[in-house]
Design a protein around this ligand. Sequence first.
Ligand SMILES: Nc1ncnc2c1ncn2[C@@H]1O[C@H](COP(=O)(O)OP(=O)(O)OP(=O)(O)O)[C@@H](O)[C@H]1O
Ligand SMILES: O=P(O)(O)O[C@H]1[C@H](OP(=O)(O)O)[C@@H](OP(=O)(O)O)[C@@H](O)[C@@H](O)[C@@H]1OP(=O)(O)O
Ligand SMILES: [Mg+2]
Ligand SMILES: [Mg+2]
Length: 315
Amino acid sequence: MSLVVASQSERYRVGYALETKKVATFIQQSLIDYANNHGIDLIQIDPTKPLQQQGPFRCIIHKLYTQQWIDHLNQFSSQNPTTIVIDPMERVNRLHNRVSMLEAVTKLQISLQNGTVQVPKQVLLNESKDFNEEEVGLSLKFPVIAKPLVANGTATCHELFLVFDREGLRELSFPVVLQEFVNHGGVVFKIYVAGNQVDCVKRKSLTDIPEEKLKRLNGSVPFSQISNLRDEEGGDGGGEDGIEMPPESLVTELAKGLRVELGLNLFNVDVIRDANDPTRYLVIDINYFPGYAKLTSYEPFITNFLLDIVHSKAA
Ligand SMILES: Nc1ncnc2c1ncn2[C@@H]1O[C@H](COP(=O)(O)OP(=O)(O)OP(=O)(O)O)[C@@H](O)[C@H]1O
Ligand SMILES: O=P(O)(O)O[C@H]1[C@H](OP(=O)(O)O)[C@@H](OP(=O)(O)O)[C@@H](O)[C@@H](O)[C@@H]1OP(=O)(O)O
Ligand SMILES: [Mg+2]
Ligand SMILES: [Mg+2]
């Protein structure tokens, strides 16, 4: 009995290294308090200073990509192998490329009774001259969404375009991924994963583009201006109320499968449901360490995850 009490009262130091704006959104007082009441002390790490003088840490969570931080983390990890790093940098890097991020989904081959999980058709263009109508046109038809290949958290990597025809490709910066635009009823499902913790929410997305409307559209539109086209030419504005959620088994299977396949704990997955085939789900984006604070009850969600980690033997 006394042993149990002793282990329950044990406290764990969890270091976090995040950009200032992420600290403001993620490390809320409510999370600090909740974690604290459950034996976890959240400690802010200064990424510009060696970690040795800031530890010890049972676990480190991070979302920072400066060379200085990478060096400090590597050095600390090699000297302190019992500190659990969530997640190893080389695995996080896989999500910084919009081709490699979706490869993990294709490997999973999820096909349940009530749905399949696929990725939209997409091609990588390193330069505009790579667009060979005969080759690319066969595998992909307009409209497409153009997404910068690199997705490493910078503002430019979120500069997306809806492209209606070949002319529209002129506006783009390269390398870029052209992804088939799939009508999906104006709703995107976001599956948040933190280890064993999984939550799925729905959010407003781009509205469907009917065939007849497509004939009138040409060139390309940056996403930042899509709301200007509302009512007129298929911008955002789909209502998500009353929309059915994906089957729970599909959500769980996808979260679990991707966690293993990617070797990551902290990520979210953007999923859409094909408006022409409601059993066809498509993963369009995977993000490392997303905005968990938007979840209701994110405090127990994150704390339960951290408790699983600090109590785990793996170190
Ligand atoms: N293939 C697609 N078909 C239809 N709509 C799409 C497709 N890809 C993206 N979208 C829409 O565009 C939005 C942004 O795309 P995506 O999530 O890939 O960009 P991102 O910059 O990585 O976003 P995030 O802020 O989630 O990281 C999606 O949430 C969805 O509304
Ligand atoms: O800032 P927010 O809370 O909106 O979180 C967003 C997060 O930004 P931040 O990590 O810089 O905060 C983004 O990260 P980068 O791709 O830019 O690295 C990405 O993960 C989005 O998908 C998150 O939005 P969500 O998917 O949760 O809606
Ligand atoms: Mg997204
Ligand atoms: Mg993204």
